[in-house]
Ligand binder design. Structure first.
Ligand code: SF4
Length: 340
């Protein structure tokens, strides 16, 4: 595939054909994970990406430098589980040093967070999203098929002790499973000053488990929380392009957010691009097509050529996912190798 070469638009911001500005890059640093959430990964066997195809930290840093030149200012590191990749703090230190990067965040399942919290913080990380769907040990085991509940809770404690100013919990809400967890999670967040993000179940599992009837919607969760805890007030969008709709409890204690991709899609405000751990650029979590940058990064491609691929990827971006459309096709790549 040939890509258009560098041209007069070299410094123009990354605006797609729908007028959306792209300044947020999510990087999946590995497709491996140390737990097995049933809606993301099969128990096994799993065809992991061969190590030789995984981008080196220097290659990721170089890609970020080029992307910053096109207006990217925010980076989120995801997986699989990013903390299973060795020396992640080194990558964070490298990215923190890239001029123009204003914000770096990490999404983790916190199983290894107790060991790594301090070094991540020392490397410059300040924002953590911790993925946990329940505070019930048995349901945790049922969902993740691992017995790591205590490790996760210790990881959260350690992150707070280290002093991360922004810690949020991401909780995937599968209907007829996590209803008993919605209120306890919110209470937990109120007690600890942690924002809880409830994420509607999306069709990203590779086992065909997803069904719209298994989606606990934002409105259903809002009703549950209002009935059990108290009234919630919508918080005016700090950044209208952020995926979550945010609320605070009227009593002033605690914030929650809903990522309502299914019931209230927010694609018209999307500002995100994704880089997979094997060097594929994706303009959407649900994208069917991908564009390779590893070849250019590894075999003498110029920064202009890499920039041209990023531009072309944005130019090709569709209006949004088609989860609610008859013709919806799940992405060929499994969630654990795309990243949240
Ligand atoms: S589904 Fe795709 S287009 Fe929509 S908000 Fe998510 S990444 Fe953006």
């Amino acid at each position: 595939m040939t890509y258009p070469g560098p041209g007069p638009i070299a410094n123009a911001p990354l605006i797609d054909t729908f007028g959306r500005l792209h300044d947020n890059l999510r990087i999946s640093v590995t497709d491996k994970c140390n737990i097995r959430c049933f809606y993301c990964m099969p128990e096994g066997p799993i065809n992991y990406i061969d190590h030789s195809e995984i981008l080196r930290y220097e290659e990721m840093e170089r890609f970020v430098r080029v992307a910053v030149g096109l207006g990217v200012t925010k980076i989120r590191l995801t997986g699989g589980e990013p903390l299973v990749r060795k020396d992640l703090d080194k990558l964070i230190a490298m990215l923190t040093a890239v001029p123009g990067i204003r914000d770096i965040a990490l999404t983790t399942n916190a199983v290894l967070l107790e060991q790594h919290a301090q070094s991540l913080y020392d490397a410059g990380l300040r924002r953590l999203n911790i993925h946990i769907d329940t505070l019930d040990r048995e349901r945790f085991h049922h969902i993740t098929r691992r017995d790591d509940f205590d490790k996760v809770m210790r990881g959260i404690e350690k992150a707070q002790a280290v002093g991360f100013p922004t810690i949020k919990i991401n909780a995937v809400a599968v209907k007829n499973l996590v209803e008993p967890d919605i209120v306890p999670l919110a209470r937990f967040g109120r007690e600890r000053g942690i924002e809880i993000r409830y994420i509607e179940f999306m069709p990203l599992d590779h086992q065909g488990l997803w069904d719209k009837r298994k989606v606990l919607t934002a409105d259903e969760m809002l009703a549950l929380l209002t009935n059990e805890i108290g009234p919630l007030e919508a918080i005016p969008d700090a950044d209208p392009r952020a995926p979550a709709t945010e609320y605070r409890f009227a009593d002033g204690i605690g914030r929650i957010g809903f990522i309502a991709s299914v019931s209230k899609p927010f694609c018209l405000n999307c500002n995100r691009l994704r880089l997979t751990s094997d060097g594929k650029l994706r303009y959407c979590l649900f994208a069917i097509e991908e564009m390779d940058v590893r070849e250019l990064l590894r075999n003498g491609g110029s920064d202009d050529e890499i920039a041209a691929v990023i531009r072309e990827n944005v130019r090709r971006k569709w209006i949004g996912h088609e989860i609610n459309a008859q013709k919806f096709i799940p992405p060929p790549r499994p969630m654990h190798s795309i990243g949240g």
